[in-house]
Design a protein around this ligand. Structure first.
Ligand code: SF4
Length: 322
């Protein structure tokens, strides 16, 4: 498929909302800054930008970013572009195939030249005993000063990854696999303390929070209702998100859902200050509603627990469902 066809398919997709749907491109099984991918990255960005779209576009990389790349990206006029530079600091090449020094350098180059885009230190995956030593944390704090925001997340310890660890004789970080990312409670506390005591850059638990902060707009996923996520957020951003936080009425949810082909399956279980809980919708239509309403839309089958929204239960004391 040509880049132009791909962009057409994207903007004509039934779940695409101009100026609203956050987009990630060249994010699966490749890296957007690999030399042969980069030309497509720029073409797709230019095409989207020429359409006057102001959507968030997230470009995630752990590869080389040059000053020439930055100059090219600074020519964009409309998109809210964020470069998320993945950095783990893991030295074992069996786990981290790309030297973390490359990402660290890219982060600094991208940040130094940023005019029309924003740069996020995407610090992940954080894995106990692999990259959580005091030295690792101190290095992340140092790097956070070369980014508009820092987002930290854990490891998706899925079956395939567990198999890979076992097959390569790597120490297994957890006893169980999980369908969400794992960030144990003690590790999170140490991360927050490291950033607090050494005055690191603004730190976020959610990707969309870091990205939204970097652009000075309310969180596009409406996480503000999940109050415990916001205790580390800068005050100015809290104000922006508070102003935008409006739990929708059932009628508003149904009005937007009227555009969904599977709307008959939608059951609205509950709407609270935190989130609307639904049943009968898959991830894509749920996210369509979430982005359209700027409010969390959860699935009854996968409840989020207090203080670990979007994360696995592993490594946390059991608490009530959120
Ligand atoms: S106020 Fe809360 S929802 Fe908004 S960006 Fe900060 S952490 Fe995210």
């Amino acid at each position: 498929m040509s880049d132009a066809d791909a962009v057409r398919a994207l903007v004509n997709h039934r779940y695409f909302q101009p100026h609203r749907t956050p987009i990630q491109i060249f994010n699966r099984a490749t890296d957007p800054f690999l030399p042969r991918v980069k030309t497509h990255l720029f073409d797709v960005l230019d095409d989207l930008d020429r359409r006057g779209l102001t959507n968030h576009v997230l470009v995630v990389t752990r590869y080389r970013i040059d000053p020439e790349d930055c100059a090219r990206l600074n020519r964009l006029r409309h998109l809210k572009l964020t470069l998320l530079v993945t950095y783990s600091g893991i030295a074992d090449q069996r786990i981290e195939p790309v030297d973390s020094a490359i990402a660290a350098r890219s982060l600094q180059v991208a940040y130094q030249h940023a005019q029309r885009y924003r740069v996020v230190l995407y610090w992940r995956p954080l894995v106990p005993r692999l990259n959580d030593s005091p030295e690792h944390l101190a290095r992340a704090v140092e790097l956070s000063r070369h980014a508009h925001a820092t987002v930290f997340t854990g490891l998706f310890y899925r079956g395939e990854i567990a198999d890979y660890y076992r097959a390569n004789g790597l120490p297994e970080p957890y006893d169980h696999t999980a369908r969400r990312k794992i960030v144990p409670e003690t590790l999170e506390r140490r991360v927050l303390e490291a950033f607090d005591s050494a005055t690191g850059g603004p730190l976020f638990r959610k990707t969309s929070c870091g990205v939204s902060f970097a652009h000075g707009v309310p969180d596009c996923n409406g996480h503000y209702g999940v109050r415990e996520l916001c205790d580390i957020c800068p005050l100015s951003q809290l104000g922006l998100c508070a102003d935008a936080h409006r739990p929708p009425t059932e009628a508003q949810v149904r009005e937007l859902a009227a555009r969904l082909p599977d709307k008959e399956d939608l059951e609205i279980v509950q709407i609270s200050e935190r989130a609307a809980t639904t049943a009968g919708l898959d991830e894509q239509p749920r996210y369509f509603l979430q982005h359209g309403l700027g409010f969390q839309i959860h699935d009854q089958r996968h409840p989020h627990r207090r203080r670990r929204h979007g994360r696995a239960d592993i490594g946390w004391q059991r608490e009530a469902t959120a």
